[in-house]
Design a protein around this ligand. Structure first.
Ligand SMILES: [Zn+2]
Length: 369
């Protein structure tokens, strides 16, 4: 018996968009060049720290949508084995993208980052199919793709479509055949629509929606994973000079549009699953997303559902987690205050149980039997 009657008890929270391994943006010196400076082992060890911070913030499940060197697969396995504390992870391994696109590493001399499907870089239907199989062979639970350009990549416009409809369709077909879902990073409207038509399970960011895109997502049940925190973070990093040049320009352009699109999606009845893009900002602060969702037009209860039942549905584990019900896994968090009155309460997680094991508790609360 654990007495949490002074607190508000909720199902364990789910963040459907994180990057636990490696450095977060701005962490340490020369972070822009972390891909040529950091050992894969360093990325993995940072992941151990980030996993613990995320769990202690109340997130008992995460979807890791993109990592190098299968660091996310290793972290998931070590958490599952009980070696290190962390959230239950569903991982994508390397995100799939076109040569020179958002998921590629650009801006270096030829020879350093040649297109290679083991890193997720694949052009054309056959290569895309092979890249899906490769990621799954080495442990991916889902496929992540970059359907459009992005903010933090060199050499591509943020809204431009990258994969073709044909490539995206083959990707979804191959992933679904192997019983895996596809999550598509997409900012620009045409890229969003192509990904939705191809049948992806979720649009990540969904920054430039129009009425047509909103209708398509509602009708097909395509989830939006809004990552409002990422928008705010890159906007602030651009203002503070942590981001510069093209990255800063893209950040300042996209952030306000992103918030407007989120409001359209809420009003238009698009299914929404909570996701933050933690890694663009420090891990463990994920719960700030709740306040941003509410400030930008979502009901408080709807924001809580997005981070529990809806995200569990998107991850394909709604029979195990996402609600407090007999027969499901005991993933339980408690917060100080009532989030239905003050959404800021979600930042005050005082108790975390995952799979029946307590990882955090207030000093005064102990188990009795
Ligand atoms: Zn991301």
């Amino acid at each position: 018996m654990i007495d949490l009657s002074e607190y508000t008890v909720l199902p364990g929270l789910i963040d459907a968009h994180v990057h636990l391994t490696g450095r977060h943006i701005g962490e340490g010196r020369n972070w822009e060049d972390s891909r040529v400076r950091d050992l894969p082992q360093e990325d993995a060890i940072r992941g151990v720290r980030n996993a613990r911070l995320t769990l202690e913030a109340g997130f008992t499940t995460v979807r890791n949508v993109g990592a190098g060197h299968f660091g996310d697969v290793a972290l998931r396995n070590m958490i599952d084995a009980g070696v290190v504390p962390g959230p239950r992870m569903r991982v994508a391994a390397h995100a799939l993208g076109i040569t020179g696109g958002h998921c590629d590493v650009n801006g270096y001399v030829p020879g350093l980052f040649e297109p290679d499907l083991s890193r997720g870089i694949a052009d054309g239907p056959d290569a895309v199919r092979a890249a899906v199989r490769y990621q799954i062979k080495y442990g991916a639970d889902l496929i992540k793709t970059c359907a459009t350009g992005g903010v933090l990549s060199e050499g591509d416009a943020v809204g431009v479509q990258q994969y073709t409809l044909e490539e995206l369709s083959v990707m979804v077909e191959e992933a679904e055949k192997l019983e895996h879902k596809v999550a598509a990073h997409a900012h620009g409207t045409e890229g969003i629509k192509a990904a939705v038509r191809a049948g992806v399970a979720s649009i990540e960011h969904g920054s430039i929606l129009d009425e047509d895109a909103v209708r398509m997502m509602r009708e097909r049940g395509t989830y939006l994973v809004p990552t409002l925190m990422a928008g705010y973070a890159v906007e602030r990093q651009a203002e503070e000079g942590i981001l510069s040049g093209l990255r800063a320009e893209k950040a300042l352009y996209i952030a306000p549009i992103m918030r407007r699109s989120f409001r359209m999606a809420v009003e238009g009845g698009v299914p929404i699953a909570f996701g933050t893009d933690a890694g663009v900002f420090p891990h463990g602060t994920n719960a700030r997303e709740f306040a941003l969702m509410v400030e930008n037009g979502m009901e408080r209860m709807a924001a809580l559902v997005a981070a529990t039942r809806a995200a569990a549905d998107l991850l394909g584990i709604a029979d195990e987690v996402g609600t407090l019900e007999a027969g499901k896994r005991a993933d339980i968090v408690a917060v100080q205050g009532n989030p239905l009155e003050d959404i800021g309460a979600m930042k005050r997680v005082v108790f975390v149980m995952k799979d029946g094991r307590v990882f955090k508790r207030p000093p005064a609360v102990s188990a009795t039997r």
